[in-house]
Design a protein around this ligand. Structure first.
Ligand SMILES: NC(=O)C1=CN([C@@H]2O[C@H](COP(=O)(O)OP(=O)(O)OC[C@H]3O[C@@H](n4cnc5c(N)ncnc54)[C@H](OP(=O)(O)O)[C@@H]3O)[C@@H](O)[C@H]2O)[C@@H](O)CC1
Ligand SMILES: Nc1ncnc2c1ncn2[C@@H]1O[C@H](COP(=O)(O)OP(=O)(O)O)[C@@H](O)[C@H]1O
Length: 549
């Protein structure tokens, strides 16, 4: 058990949020469920990795870890120099050297490169530099120079090694401007990125490749950090014994099977359509008819048993024409069905096992009535777009995934009394997604180029989009449909007492699974050309199958 507040709940005098579930007892330690493979990559706050490194070393002058880091850095520098037929001997490498251990990494790496015939120059950008690193560079025949020569040296350089600031960065650092055509290899994390949050200074030094030491840092996988790090190579420094529980995990395509944890037995193979999952969809309006169609098509394309739809008149015809698989529900049928649901739970024919609510929905009396009725029936549900605007914070007993983009998260937090700016959210997205998860007692899937899925106890999974082209109108509606199908097919551990944390972790994993399928469909569609939401739909069946669904 962790004590309230959990570690990510940093003091903020502007806000006092009463969590929907106020009992500290609900907040269990983030636990790796037995059976997880190492494919989910653990992520740690940069400051925790820094503390672990310090704890691992015998004394402040011990350079064992630094030399390990420098070897890895030099190795990647060699690969970059040799790529595209480049030469190593006589290649010009400039190191941007800062005042601390990050600068030390850079100096030892330059020394290793100098020994291999590279013309290695350390540009000393701070009043002091790591003494042993400097001595090693000089012994190996490397050179040092000062900031005033940087611009002229940059004109004729094959590679820059950015070893200015790592996990020790404080706000306000002055960073040199590196022309965009110069290739950059970052030591640990690009200088200018906050290793705890991913917030990047406007003058951040963008890298083509980053060698990350000891463990993957949160700042490299969310916020702007993951957009400026290039390809990331993690080196093992044997820190496991000194690291706390991970801050989050990065999940990738290979992890889908683990995340879904589907029943693979012969009995499951014999399931009829109602057992494969019945999804209810409440979506669309005269203003946004297309959103309902996109969600419906995404749901049926991702392997659903049956789709039941509750849409306004203006959308009904379009839906029947474009999604012939869907079966409309009228008001009376809906009422009867929800009553059966309340009595008998979610299993069996003609009952709805989950709901997808919100794409294209507008706030009016009819929609509110449907929404209240459906929420009361207590099936697992995904709530998006228009439904988010109608939702109130607070405790409930339903399994809910909310899928806001950053703007919607801002509104959700404002409704919960959390005064936070859009910039605050962009600067530390995991933190604010966690606040919303607590305030709304749900799993939050925060959309963006790095999608963050988090439960109220802070358990967090991160999914990266393979292409920025996913940021296109209707793409989120497709995601809602996918999530609906996954929810409809899922089984959840018993709904009683202590299992709430397990339930919310399972829900977080389903959310991440949906984001993975969406991201993979995006990658497949982008390989064919520019991308629309309909292109995404067309790639969905292939994406789901390739990931093992
Ligand atoms: N610990 C280990 O054993 C290992 C560490 N490793 C490597 O070390 C990195 C962490 O090293 P680090 O702790 O020395 O911090 P680093 O990022 O070099 O910068 C700190 C220096 O910059 C200064 N500074 C910061 N912001 C500033 C600003 N705005 N304006 C001006 N100055 C500013 C700051 O000043 P201070 O805050 O002390 O006043 C301090 O002097 C880590 O990322 C990894 O690369 C690996 O080799 C493995 C072993
Ligand atoms: N820069 C980006 N790179 C990659 N994917 C992105 C980026 N920005 C947004 N996305 C993804 O695109 C989708 C957009 O969803 P949303 O904003 O709800 O769009 P809409 O409401 O038009 O359907 C989400 O899945 C989100 O994660």
């Amino acid at each position: 058990m962790v004590t309230w507040p959990p570690p990510w709940w940093l003091p903020n005098d502007k806000n006092t949020l009463v969590p929907a579930r106020s009992a500290a007892a609900d907040l269990q330690e983030f636990a790796l469920t037995v059976g997880y493979s190492e494919r989910m990559i653990p992520v740690y706050a940069g400051s925790h990795v820094r503390d672990a490194e310090t704890a691992q070393l015998k004394d402040a002058n011990d350079t064992t870890l630094m030399r390990l880091a420098a070897d890895a850095l030099a190795h990647q520098a060699v690969l970059m120099l040799k790529s595209d037929g480049g030469r190593l001997y006589g290649a010009r490498v400039l190191g941007l050297i800062g005042p601390g251990n990050n600068g030390g990494d850079g100096l030892f790496a330059l020394a290793a490169l100098a020994k291999r015939g590279v013309r290695a120059t350390a540009v000393l950008l701070a009043p002091q530099a790591h003494a042993q690193g400097l001595a090693a560079l000089v012994r190996s025949g490397g050179r040092t120079t000062t900031a005033k020569h940087l611009d002229e040296l940059l004109v004729d350089t094959d590679l820059v090694v950015d070893a200015l600031y790592g996990t020790g960065l404080r706000p306000g650092a002055e960073l040199p401007k590196i022309p965009s055509q110069v290739r950059v290899l970052a030591a640990d994390i690009p200088s200018g990125v906050d290793a705890n949050t991913g917030a990047a200074a406007p003058s951040v030094i963008r890298a083509d490749r980053t060698v990350c030491f000891g463990a993957l840092k949160t700042g490299l996988v969310v916020g702007s950090g993951h957009l400026v790090s290039g390809s990331i190579h993690i080196t093992d420094a044997g820190l496991t014994d000194h690291l706390p529980k991970p801050d989050a995990w990065v999940v990738q395509g290979d992890d889908l099977e683990l995340l879904l944890d589907r029943d693979q037995s012969w009995a499951a193979a014999g399931a009829h359509k109602y057992q494969r999952g019945v999804l209810g969809l409440l979506a669309g309006s005269a203003k946004y008819p297309g959103a309902a169609v996109l969600s419906a098509r995404a749901a049926v394309a991702s392997g659903l048993g049956l789709l039941r739809t509750v849409v306004p008149e203006a959308v009904a015809t379009a839906l029947t024409t474009q999604v012939p698989e869907s079966v409309p529900l009228n008001t009376e049928e809906l009422t009867a069905l929800l009553a059966r649901n309340r009595r008998n739970g979610r299993a069996g024919a003609t009952r709805i096992s989950a709901w997808a609510i919100g794409p294209g929905l507008v706030d009016n009396a009819e929609t509110r009535q449907y929404l209240d009725q459906i929420l009361e029936a207590n099936n697992p549900c995904v709530l998006d777009a228009g439904a988010l605007a109608m939702l109130e914070p607070g405790e409930h007993h339903q399994l809910r995934i909310l899928t806001p983009h950053a703007g919607e998260l801002h509104s959700l937090l404002a409704k919960a009394g959390v005064r936070v700016s859009a910039t605050d959210i962009a600067t530390d997205p995991i933190r604010w997604a966690r606040w919303a998860a607590v305030a709304y007692d749900c799993v939050i899937l925060l959309k963006g180029s790095a999608t963050i899925c988090t439960a109220p106890d802070g358990y967090a999974l991160i999914v990266h989009a393979a292409t920025p082209d996913l940021a296109t109108a209707g793409s989120g509606d497709v995601l809602t449909g996918i999530l609906g199908t996954l929810l409809a097919a899922a089984t959840f551990p018993s709904m009683t007492g202590a299992d709430e944390v397990t339930q919310s972790h399972r829900l977080t994993e389903l959310a991440a699974a949906g984001a993975l399928i969406h991201a993979h469909a995006g990658a497949l569609a982008a390989a064919e050309g520019t991308l629309s939401a309909v292109d995404l739909l067309q790639e969905l069946p292939r994406a789901a199958r390739q990931l093992g669904l």
